[in-house]
Design a protein around this ligand. Sequence first.
Ligand code: OFO
Length: 175
Amino acid sequence: MLSPKISQALNRQILLEAESSQFYLSMASWAETQGLNGVAAFLYEHSDEERMHMLKLIKFVNERGGHGIVPALKQPPTNYKSVKAVFEDILKHEIKVTAEINGLVDITLKEKDYTTHNFLQWYVSEQIEEEALARLIVDKLKLIGDDKSGLYFFDRDMQAMTGKSAKEKENTNQN
Ligand code: OFO
């Protein structure tokens, strides 16, 4: 059974994951309007992944006798200066989410809730991957700078990364 404190903290994380999903969805839609279909595909997929992070939390909270609350969401930003600005925002956002997850892990230790602590380890590893990927992409975009053909190839690379990463994740989850 979840303590009210853990339940509240997990529900806050549900909100954050839902906001992440909306945030990436809005970025994906912007990228699509810019003709960056590869970037858009990557971001649409990422938005789905965040929704899955939210669902996993809702189910866990309910399984443990709590109530996973589906939150109201505020409007995410709709326009971006550049693709680089998008990925810089993503990196900042993921760093914030990592800090929140670490805070949550800390609460589970204080409350001696080892089941939730164990459950959260998946999120801890996920955040390492997400931050590293965002950092890598921002570095690539810094190299490309204003080079239009560089951006064209970058968009193609993003398309190639889409789907593959989801499949790889599925395989790791099954192992
Ligand atoms: Fe849910 O991992 Fe990003 O935010």
